[in-house]
Design a protein around this ligand. Sequence first.
Ligand SMILES: [Zn+2]
Length: 254
Amino acid sequence: MRELLPEEQERYARQIGPGVLSSEGQVRLKRAAALVARTGGMGGPAAMVLVMAGVGRVIIAHGGRLISPDLNRQTLGSEEGVGLPRADAFAQRLRSLNRFVTVETIDHEPDDAEAEALARRVDVILSCAPSFAERLRLNRAALAAGVPLIDAAQWGMCGSLVVVRPRQTACLRCLYPQQPEFEELFPVVGGISSAVGSLAGLEAIKILSRTGQPMYGQLWSIDGYHGRTSIVNLRRDPRCPCCGDASPAGDAPS
Ligand SMILES: [Zn+2]
């Protein structure tokens, strides 16, 4: 197992100890790879906490060029970056945060085959995508590769997290048997985006370092508008076409 450099031990000193990571957990982070699909309002903060925490390889996927309306929530963006390709600008910002990690970029939305190939290269997937089509694609890819999926979602001042453990807990398709309507330009306030994205990053850090209790199989909803939160235990649907008993990924433990 690759040990930490003295400079890395200094960098991560505040997150190693009782109640946080063990030294072994920090080394596990260093050896780990994570895919963050979309690094806008939610995925940007998620990628930031992974990079700052020392996840060895962070692959970010985000297409298009930064536009002014992105800047109410996309923390990796900047006034100077408007008009530039998002993936490159965001990666540059991430690399400036931690010289000990590698940041890779995908400058488009991966299709089914590429998503599955990416899933097989990483230890966890963070889905921070806006559309159900992309979220469900990442869900399928995670199930096919057998890697945990953390799905972050937002609308207005509300957000939610679902953490999927393949073959053991409900997947995103169990939760959404029918693909809901997608509103292209839905309203969103940056505070909820960064909150949900940071919590998604924390779940990934817990999973990768084997720290604490990941929220597997739970739907955590944060209603920032009314100031309420809730946690619901999800049930895996044995008839789910993605993770059910008859699916390729469905050999659930008895
Ligand atoms: Zn399922």
